[in-house]
Design a protein around this ligand. Structure first.
Ligand SMILES: Cc1cc2nc3c(=O)[nH]c(=O)nc-3n(C[C@H](O)[C@H](O)[C@H](O)COP(=O)(O)OP(=O)(O)OC[C@H]3O[C@@H](n4cnc5c(N)ncnc54)[C@H](O)[C@@H]3O)c2cc1C
Length: 287
């Protein structure tokens, strides 16, 4: 099969190529999902549109109010930015879990989201920091919260010709921090049995002002867990137990070779408690 590889230098050129070739074209960021799917014969795009030549998709801006991460920026180079790691340790924990050093040299946050895997590590971590997806397409630009961007297994809200340009995240306020934990059957290079992203903001007296939790790999897409019961009280063992029960109840896992439904529900509760504990400890350091 004749295949062409395009390397546009602008977003407009990339959108034009995707519009022109429709289903025959695919954006390519790191290729760490796409090339594997092509080798397995699951996808046969005639036109690959390389996004890594487009400056806006490769940028990283740490602004006064928000951080803007180019969708095709490699996760390895994100991890090298100490200021970014200090701001969002949980998000960077999730990014660091993707594959290996070699994979991270190519893999992007945008690709991790656009691939739409329910087990993708950065989905829950981006959801709890309320990241917003900036999308560009033939009809201009629009934004969507990550939780609305991910619509189901292998599916996103992207329309024909649309490209995820960047992820915008507000700087955390005082006494707020994130954390991410996942459980896999081996020590590395496997996909999540459960992933848990947590975010906590504390009042000056140490009580819980806000708590957010999102689960990965236990539903068709990232699952939010309501934690209203924690607000106003201390984040102690009792509160964490309540959060763990809420996480187990919210999980909607399937049985597969990585775990049974009951097992995944239980692990959801355990990871929820632990991730919230870490986020709360970090938040307490940020007073
Ligand atoms: C050995 C190995 C281990 C892995 N381990 C993990 C892991 O532990 N956790 C995990 O979550 N993932 C893992 N992955 C999957 C993969 O590495 C990640 O999902 C990665 O973040 C994908 O990013 P990418 O830039 O390579 O995406 P690509 O493969 O380039 O793209 C993925 C999909 O998104 C589309 N796309 C990419 N960027 C955009 C954009 N900006 N706009 C619109 N569409 C776009 C592509 O067309 C394609 O359909 C692993 C993969 C391998 C090969």
């Amino acid at each position: 099969m004749q295949r062409s590889f395009e390397r546009p230098q602008t977003l407009e050129q990339a959108i034009g190529l995707l519009e022109k070739h429709g289903d025959a074209a695919r954006p390519l960021a790191g290729g760490t999902d796409l090339l594997v799917q092509m080798r397995a014969g699951l996808l046969r795009p005639a036109v690959l549109v390389d996004l890594k030549g487009i400056e806006e998709l490769m940028s990283l801006e740490l602004g006064a109010d928000e951080v803007v991460i180019g969708a095709a920026h490699s996760t390895a180079s994100l991890r090298e930015n100490a200021d970014l790691v200090a701001l969002f340790p949980g998000l960077l924990e999730a990014a660091e879990l993707i594959g290996s050093e070699q994979i991270q040299g190519r893999a992007s946050l945008g690709g991790n989201l656009c691939n739409g895997s329910p087990a993708a590590d950065t989905g829950p971590a981006l959801a709890v920091v309320q990241a917003v997806c900036e999308i560009a397409g033939p009809n201009g630009r629009r934004t969507l919260p990550v939780a609305e961007f991910l619509t189901g297994p292998g599916a996103t809200a992207l329309g024909v010709g649309e490209i995820l340009v960047s992820l915008r995240i507000s700087r955390p306020p005082a006494r707020a921090a994130d954390a991410y934990l996942r459980f896999i059957p081996r020590t590395e290079m496997d996909i999540a049995v459960v992933g848990a992203g947590a975010w906590v903001r504390l009042e000056a007296d140490g009580s819980c002002a806000e708590a957010r939790l999102s689960l990965g790999a236990v539903g068709p897409t990232v699952l939010p867990v309501a934690l209203d019961a924690l607000v106003g009280g201390p984040i102690d063992d009792a509160a964490l137990a309540t959060a763990g029960e809420a996480a187990s109840a919210a999980a909607r896992p399937i049985d597969d070779k990585r775990g049974t439904i009951a097992y995944r529900r239980q692990v959801s509760g355990v990871l929820a408690r632990r991730a919230l504990r870490i986020a709360a400890d970090r938040a307490a350091q940020r007073s």
